[in-house]
Design a protein around this ligand. Structure first.
Ligand code: ADP
Ligand code: MG
Length: 848
């Protein structure tokens, strides 16, 4: 048992005004109120452990009053030092000090670390905290956010403030910096008594843990294992003056009430404690937070010192008297102080246990949670991909459907082209008309049930399939089996160059063409396809599309070829037509020229006749008659010819005469006339002249025909010629029209196929994209899955190892706990023995 150490400190007077009546006089450890002339007032004289006058420094106060408690704390004893007194009496000055004279806290901190340095056989762990009790609320001065903290009590930790920040510190400077930062958060206020009056109780706490260093492994197991934990409280209380005197109102009044209440409770506790063990009864620690926190320091397990500060001025005499009475009572309190070894040891172990628990929680709880989250995420991803896959499958199905329709359409169009090509081949001007039989045979092949496309689930149009003869011919060609180009629809056998041209330089494996297409196409999933979807389907789909594309390309090439042929044919026809037109032009000019020739002949004939008539003097003579009749015949002939030519000139289209015959006839006529004239001149017989004048031959070679008959014969021949030319012209025009129509149809077909081709190309690209995207995702998921599995395995292994370690540690911990408990029991029994001995020895000594 140990009494609380109480000291009184009188601060220097604020003013040098002389006292009118009384003054406080300090002599050794006694303080007494004296009258001005020096007479002591006997009732007001107090003795304490220490009484410091105004000249006393903080250094001396610390040295005499606090140092021992600080040193004891280093050794494992709880310690408390607090300053009590009215406002402006010097409490804060004593605890915190000034620049030139540091206070108790500062010195204690320095001293503790200095002391620790000197103790080489123990290792220390120091934690500090700083709190204030303001308006009965506990606030953390190290962390402003920690407000209104609660007081708790447990077996291991005793009374403690929950949630209070504790800083582990390693040197005095660090602690002092922390205190400075905490001071900023402290509540101050201005009162009549003090410009910067502390409006709260502050408690600076240091927890000093220590344990002996494990220098000797053979040493006492218990002593090396024991850990000492000492709690040191350095308290700066708020002013204990009466409210009326501070002149406080409003907030200050409220503060004052709380301050007074807590100080009143402190007084009550002190009173109770000072009554002695028998009369103590209930100690109202719980009536205020201050007394509750300081409970161990007041009548408990702590070395305690109280410094009561006094203001020497006469005006504060009542407060000073009150402070002294408080100090006198506190002086009577005894504490039971002991080193906190066992409990502290348990506290530390408890902490370790907590740490293990935390680790276990991390393992069992948080980490498993993380893993679960990862697995859940993966599951979600898989589900997502599954949905995406189904969506793709549906899209593929749609695509396949549209492909089928497109195929059908292409097939129909192809058949139309084949049909169209037939009339072309029948044309007189088509140089390939000799291939009709081949085409027909190809069509027949297409209808053959044994061809490759038979049984194709994808319904590849049969005319696109390669004839067997072709495939057999072209074996061992290439090593690329995926593409199976199909041969030209219109040519049974293609040479290598044509094939290369058709495939734009791509050489396909024709062996595979023979073997694979039917089966490969069949491998596409049907409408009730199995749910297992793979990139193989995509590949097959792409292959199929490629084939379709190839077929379309071939068709386009074929159409292009036909188009080129048509253009060539058209050119030829155009040439023919222009030739015919030129001929027609020339034919149109014939009657005109003939007319001119006839005109000329007529003129000559008239001239000749007039000359002949001039020679014939006797108008009644036979010669005159012959001449006149010849003249009439000639005129009639010329008139007929003129009429005929004028008619021919009017009707251009039908007239295609040949004027050479007419010219010849004219010439003959002209010669005959000349000979007649000559005979007449030579006075030959008219019978002979008549015979000579008759035309020798006509175009019909009928020697016996007359001139009229001859003319009619010429006319007929000319008319026949003209009709032939006209017929040929008509047939040429018809051909031209027909070819033009074909050209238009082919062009339309070409355009539609071009559009189809573009659509297919787009589809193929889109599918390519989808396939690559799906493959990438699948690969990604597979990687993730693998990684997670790896992580999981590692984690499981790690967990097992940790569990093993925990088991080992728990076993060690249990054995240690057992030894601690046995040690505790030993100590308890020793204590009881000592107590019993003490109780026996005390009465004996009293009896002496
Ligand atoms: P309290 O904390 O009790 O309200 P303070 O410690 O703030 O009072 O002291 C009030 C004033 O008196 C301060 O200016 C302080 O410097 C001064 N003072 C108090 N005690 C002493 C002392 N022993 N020596 C010198 N000045 C002192
Ligand atoms: Mg103060």
């Amino acid at each position: 048992m140990e009494k609380i150490c109480v000291a009184v400190r009188v601060r220097p007077p604020v003013s040098s005004e002389p006292s009118n009546g009384t003054y406080w006089k300090v002599e050794d450890n006694r303080i007494s109120l004296h009258k001005v002339h020096g007479t002591p007032i006997s009732a007001l004289s107090y003795a304490f452990d220490h009484v410091f006058d105004e000249s006393c420094t903080n250094a001396r106060v610390y040295e005499l009053l606090t140092k021992d408690i600080i040193h004891a704390a280093v050794e494992g004893f709880n310690g408390t030092a607090f300053a009590y007194g009215q406002t402006s009496s010097g409490k804060t000055f004593t605890m915190n000090g000034s620049e030139t004279d540091p206070g108790i806290i500062h010195r204690a901190v320095k001293d503790i670390f200095a002391k620790i340095q000197m103790i080489s056989d123990r290792e220390f762990l120091i934690r500090v905290s700083y709190m204030e009790i303001y308006n009965e609320e506990i606030n953390d001065l190290f962390a402003v956010e920690n407000q209104k903290l609660q007081i708790h009590e447990s077996l291991e930790r005793g009374i403690f403030v929950a949630g209070l920040r504790e800083e582990i510190v390693s040197n005095a400077e660090q602690v002092l910096e922390l205190i400075d930062s905490g001071e900023v958060n402290r509540h101050f206020g201005e009162t009549n008594m003090n410009v910067r009056s502390s409006r709260s109780h502050t408690i600076f706490r240091m927890v000093i843990e220590s344990k002996a260093k494990d220098t000797d492994s053979v040493g006492d197991h218990l002593s090396t294992d024991a850990i000492r934990v000492a709690v040191l409280n350095l308290v700066d209380l708020a002013g204990s003056e009466r409210i009326a005197k501070t002149g406080a109102g409003g907030v200050r009044l409220k503060e004052g009430k709380h301050i007074n209440k807590s100080l009143m409770v402190l007084g009550n506790v002190i009173n109770k404690l000072s009554d002695g063990a028998k009369q103590r009864g209930h100690i109202p620690y719980r009536d205020s937070k201050l007394t509750r926190i300081l409970q161990p320091a007041l009548g408990g397990n702590a070395k305690t010192s109280i410094i009561c500060t006094l203001a020497p001025e006469e005006v504060h005499i009542e407060e000073t008297k009150g402070t002294l009475q408080f100090a006198s009572r506190a002086k009577r309190i005894t504490n039971c102080v002991q080193v906190n070894e066992i409990l502290t040891d348990a506290a530390l172990l408890k902490r370790q246990k907590l740490e293990i628990e935390e680790l276990r929680k991390k393992l069992q709880g948080s980490h498993a949670e993380v893993l679960e989250q990862v697995i859940l995420k993966l599951r979600n991803d898989l589900l997502k991909y599954e949905l995406e896959r189904e969506k793709l499958q549906m899209e593929l199905e749609e695509e396949r459907k549209s492909h089928r329709e497109r195929d059908q359409c292409i097939q129909e169009q192809q058949m139309k082209i084949v049909d169209l090509s037939n009339p072309l081949t029948s044309s007189d001007f088509n140089p390939n008309s000799g291939q009709d039989s081949e085409r027909q045979s190809l069509k027949e092949e297409c209808n053959d049930s044994n061809i490759i496309c038979h049984g194709d689930a994808f319904r590849t149009p049969c005319f696109k399939a390669a004839p067997k003869a072709f495939v057999v011919k072209r074996s061992d060609y290439s090593m690329l089996p995926d593409y199976s180009p199909l041969p030209d629809t219109f040519s049974n056998v293609a040479d290598e160059d044509t094939w290369l041209k058709m495939n734009k330089g791509y050489i396909a494996d024709l062996d595979s063409l023979q073997l694979t297409p039917a089966r490969k196409v069949q491998s596409f999933p049907s409408s009730d396809a199995t749910p297992t979807y793979s990139s193989k389907n995509h590949k097959q789909e792409v292959q199929h599309l490629k084939r379709q594309l190839l077929i379309a390309t071939e068709e386009r090439n074929e159409l292009e070829r036909k188009h080129a042929e048509q253009i060539l044919l058209n050119h030829q026809l155009m040439d023919e037509i222009s030739k015919i037109q030129q001929e027609a032009k020339l034919t149109q000019e014939i009657p005109k020229r003939l007319g001119e020739s006839v005109e000329c002949c007529k003129d000559i004939y008239e001239d000749v006749l007039s000359i002949i008539q001039s020679f014939v003097s006797d108008e009644e003579s036979s010669t005159s008659k012959l001449v006149s009749s010849t003249s009439e015949i000639g005129i009639t002939l010329f008139k007929t010819l003129e009429t005929h030519f004028s008619m021919a000139m009017d009707d251009h289209s039908s007239f295609t005469g040949n004027n050479s015959l007419i010219q010849e006839q004219c010439k003959v006529l002209y010669e005959k006339l000349n000979s007649t004239i000559t005979s007449l001149v030579l006075s030959q017989t008219p019978t002979v002249e008549n015979e000579q004048l008759r035309p020798k031959r006509c175009s019909c070679e009928n020697k016996g025909c007359t001139q009229d008959e001859e003319t009619a014969c010429w006319e007929e021949e000319l008319s026949n010629e003209l009709n032939t030319i006209k017929e040929r012209y008509d047939s040429l025009e018809k051909e031209l029209d027909f070819n033009n129509q074909l050209l238009v149809v082919s062009k339309e077909r070409y355009d539609s196929l071009e559009t189809e081709f573009q659509l297919l190309k787009e589809d193929r690209d889109h599918l390519h994209q989808m396939v690559s995207e799906s493959s990438r995702k699948l690969a990604l998921v597979a990687d993730q899955k693998e990684n997670v599995l790896k992580d999981l395995n590692t984690e499981v292994q790690r967990r097992k190892n940790l569990e093993e370690e925990i088991k080992q540690f728990s076993a060690a911990f249990a054995s240690r706990q057992r030894s601690v408990v046995s040690f505790q029991n030993d100590v308890k029994s020793k204590c009881e023995k000592l107590r019993a001995q003490y109780l026996v020895s005390v009465p004996k000594s009293l009896g002496c």
